[in-house]
Design a protein around this ligand. Structure first.
Ligand code: G3H
Ligand code: PYR
Length: 212
């Protein structure tokens, strides 16, 4: 099979909130709040035992948000998140096994890169939208600028340490299709079940950064 076009699946969404679920009910509430705030995609990380069930529940209960999986570390997890209903999946890095599994999958896969050699491996495997992680620690703004020449055909989704202020700088880069970050789902709002605050943060982000 060939690579599913991640830019088509993300459909112009510029902000992909990264969220680690504590429970299925919380996940549905978070996705609902983000959607009400105008966000059209969510990355649910596979970092808790409820993550697969959370992805399935969001796909069922909030069908107008694109639900994806994050922290996909091997091909078995990629198959599991597809089975759960994810329409895209991302990894913090990439392996030859995942680059092949992503080509065999019916969902859009975004390998993670942090070096030129990793970009070249992902390009050779057919990928055009790559996660750039961890963005802030590796000075990704400078990398994005340097990579515009040699990797003109590639678009990136920088993630890692980006907040509302830095997001603006990233989204100005012509080779940035979208970006990821956890600032729309702060730990205290999750702990308090403050879905209104998450909706407000989403609304503000869409107003200042643009949804699409
Ligand atoms: O691992 C996930 C990413 O690092 C997003 O989280 P962050 O925006 O808090 O860095
Ligand atoms: C870093 C990230 O978003 C991931 O765990 O896939």
């Amino acid at each position: 099979m060939s690579v599913v076009d991640a830019q088509v699946v993300l459909d112009g969404e510029r902000i992909v909130p990264v969220y680690t679920p504590a429970s299925v009910a919380e996940a549905v509430a978070v996705a609902t709040a983000l959607r009400r705030g105008g966000i059209g995609a969510i990355e649910v990380t596979l970092r808790t035992p409820v993550a697969l069930a959370a992805i399935a529940a969001i796909a069922e209960a909030v069908p107008d948000i694109a639900v994806g999986a994050g922290t996909v570390l091997d091909a078995e997890q990629l198959r599991a998140v597809q089975h759960a209903g994810a329409t895209f999946a991302v990894s913090p890095g990439c392996t030859p096994e995942l680059l092949q599994a992503g080509r065999d999958a019916a969902l859009a896969y975004l390998p993670g890169v942090a070096t030129g050699s990793e970009v070249m491996a992902a390009l050779a495997a057919g990928y055009r939208l790559l996660k750039l992680f961890p963005a802030e620690p590796i000075n990704a703004l400078a990398l994005l600028s340097a990579w515009r020449g040699p990797f003109a055909q590639v678009r990136f989704c920088p993630t890692g340490g980006i907040d509302a202020t830095r997001a603006r700088d990233y989204l100005r880069q012509p080779n940035v299709a979208c970006l990821g970050g956890s600032w729309l789902t702060p730990a205290d709002a999750l702990a308090q079940g403050d879905w209104g605050r998450i909706e407000t943060l989403a609304r503000e982000a869409v107003a200042t950064l643009g949804a699409g």
